[in-house]
Write a protein that binds this ligand. Structure first.
Ligand SMILES: [Zn+2]
Length: 331
């Protein structure tokens, strides 16, 4: 039986609209929401976020919070604190700085990030935290150009390897970049468990091992002692890949999770699905469960209706997802 079926929900600034959304989600068969908390919304609309969490939990939905922005995630999610502290920023191998991305090795940025996690968890009381595609930025000119080679990274590299950090992607540099991300993840996930052992940590890594985002292998997931669920988001429709590519990455995630004794969550896209390909969404959800996924999640509520990432026929895409959810809840 499936452990969890989640849908990403951005929240709503008008509390009187929240209940209807959450009822729709619950009645569609989802068992949790993955609630986006954007840095620019925190703390300005903390009350609306708290109402979402409380109402969702009252209805019977679990809530996993997804910190967007905060200098840590895929480009496009803006940070306020990181550009205000230029010392925290990632710096590429040619010396350019990236103002919305914090360096995972910078101690002040790490302290601020951990404090933000504590604040969010303490105020909202969610059921867990969803770590959404933590990564290093991909600079223009990759792989000749890469991050992070800030002063802090250079100092730590010298201490660990005994020589100056090269400006090219050597094997030591690759190892260092990947360790930087996993060290931070280890600290963040343990911070969550310090607040409450019952909180669930879900880590979602992108389905690629080229190192462009800093990740060359999923093996270090095995060392994250405070992780509960390993997740990936192989978006084959949006990414114009084959269905076999989707299956391949689901199987890779399952393999890592089984070795690490974690649950597996697979994201199926409700992003930019072209009209006429809605049945692929259904196919992906059912296949992931047949292959052994413990949890399914989808981005996002009502197929991104109204956003530039909307499915072409958002109504049909959403309805197809709801049918898929019914199917897997009965499997
Ligand atoms: Zn750095």
């Amino acid at each position: 039986m499936i452990w969890d079926v989640s849908v990403a929900y951005y929240g709503c600034p008008y509390p009187s609209h929240i209940e209807a959304d959450l009822r729709e989600i619950y009645e569609a068969g989802f068992t949790s929401i993955t609630l986006c908390i954007n840095e620019y919304e925190w703390p300005s609309i903390v009350n609306a976020k708290k109402i979402v969490v409380d109402k969702a939990q009252n209805i019977g939905l679990k809530v996993f919070v997804d910190m967007h922005g905060f200098g840590f995630f895929v480009p496009g999610h803006f940070s306020i604190a990181v550009p205000n502290n230029p010392d925290w920023c990632e710096v590429d191998s040619r010396g350019r700085i990236y103002p919305i991305r914090g360096c995972p090795n910078n101690p002040d940025y790490r302290a601020w990030l951990k404090n933000s996690v504590r604040e969010i968890v303490n105020k909202l009381k969610p059921d867990g935290v969803f770590w959404d595609e933590p990564s290093l930025i991909v600079p223009r000119g990759w792989p000749e150009v890469w991050t992070c080679r800030c002063l802090v990274c250079r100092r730590i590299f010298r201490e660990e390897y005994g020589y100056d950090m090269p400006d090219s992607l050597t094997d030591d540099v690759k190892k260092f970049r990947q360790n930087s991300l996993f060290n931070l993840l280890d600290e963040l996930t343990s911070e969550v468990k310090k607040l409450d052992r019952g909180l669930i940590n879900i880590l979602c890594l992108m389905p690629e091992h080229t190192g462009m985002h800093g990740i060359y292998s999923w093996d270090p997931v095995l060392n994250l002692k405070n992780l509960d669920v390993f997740s990936t988001d192989p978006y084959w429709i949006w990414g114009n890949r084959s269905f076999n590519w989707f299956i391949e990455w689901v199987n890779r995630a399952l393999e890592v999770s089984r070795k690490a004794n974690l649950k597996t969550q697979i994201w199926v896209e409700l992003i930019k699905v072209p009209k006429g390909r809605e049945s692929d969404v259904y196919r992906g959800v059912v296949k992931a469960v047949e292959l052994g996924a413990d949890a399914i999640a989808t981005w996002s509520f009502r197929a991104e209706e109204g956003s530039e990432l909307s499915c072409e026929d958002s109504e049909k895409a959403w309805k197809t997802m709801v049918e898929a959810v019914r199917k897997i809840r009965s499997m």
